[in-house]
Design a protein around this ligand. Structure first.
Ligand SMILES: Cc1ncc(COP(=O)(O)O)c(C=O)c1O
Length: 284
């Protein structure tokens, strides 16, 4: 449990201190792992791309038949109240919507909306320059378009991943790549096409932003990416809200490109940082 004195959370309709925020054991999130969430970051006190994250949150809720009892405007007001109370200029906000306090441990009830805020640290340039090694695993996320709270496979595989000296896992099915447990994957081909899987993935907000900046300079494709395409790629990288762009330099035993973060990847990383900086200057 995070121990952060003076942190406030939104818990079932009220803003209360974190240490007072508990969920009853009958909640379907506890009983069956049923719920959805979303996560966005705040830089200089400004939430970045908030409307995109809110749209995805409502879409995940819709796909899982969980009503959100607040309208997007009401939810935004709650988020701004929480941010004003916590005053953490560089942080992440997590909005969780659970299956609710179920009578029989299976039937959904009125969903519980819980919102927490925590400080975050972004990756340093040195970490990005180092890149990561990933291992492949045959798995496809259930209802991939929804950001559900089910991360069982990624979490269960952590000891295996560490034993292989890897820092992340790459999901594929029959050699067709989808995504990593908490990020999307891109490859860069030898003729500088920037390609990311289209089907059976969570539509990451960072993925969307990277496609947008990449489109200014390179050919971009949302399509099928196989393990063979990845092995033959010049570069590869993952994208996510917290890790932004992280170069992938090895997949299982296969070194990607020259084993170092590629020039297109680092160029897109700079462009993404600029896009985020621009957003962080926009007051709403
Ligand atoms: C399964 C999955 N794919 C991709 C992402 C990346 O999405 P975003 O860029 O919106 O953080 C996440 C983020 O947690 C995720 O859980």
């Amino acid at each position: 449990m995070p121990s952060s004195p003076n942190l406030y959370v939104y818990h079932r309709g009220e803003i209360i201190p974190l240490e007072k925020a508990f969920l009853h054991i009958s909640d379907l999130a506890v009983q069956r792992g049923y719920g959805i969430f979303d996560f966005f970051k705040i830089i200089n006190g400004i939430p970045l791309f908030l409307d995109d994250y809110l749209a995805r949150f409502y879409e995940s809720a819709r796909l899982m038949h969980l009503p959100v009892l607040l309208t997007p405007d009401e939810l935004k007001k709650v988020l701004y109240r929480l941010m004003a109370q916590n005053q953490i200029p560089q942080s992440g906000i997590k909005m969780v919507l659970t299956g609710g306090y179920s009578e029989d441990g299976y039937t959904p009830a009125a969903p519980n909306l819980l919102i927490t805020q925590q400080p975050i640290t972004l990756l340093t340039a040195a970490q990005v320059q180092q890149g990561i090694q990933v291992i492949t695993y045959s798995y496809i996320r259930d209802l991939a378009e929804a950001k559900t709270i089910n991360y069982s496979t990624g979490i269960r595989l952590q000891p295996h991943m560490r034993a292989q000296g890897a820092q992340d896992i790459l999901y594929h099915q029959n050699g067709i790549i989808t995504e990593c447990p908490r990020s999307n994957l891109f490859i860069v081909t030898h003729d500088n096409q920037v390609i990311t899987p289209k089907k059976d993935v969570l539509k990451g907000i960072t993925r969307k932003n990277v496609l947008e900046v990449a489109h200014q300079k390179y050919a971009t494709v949302e399509g099928v990416v196989t393990l063979t395409d990845l092995a033959q790629a010049k570069e590869a990288f993952t994208t996510s809200t917290t890790k932004q762009i992280l170069p992938v330099v090895q997949v299982d035993d296969q070194v990607i490109g020259n084993g170092k973060p590629g020039t297109v990847t680092l160029d897109l990383w700079q462009d993404l940082l600029s896009l985020e900086k621009q957003q962080a200057l926009v007051r709403v």
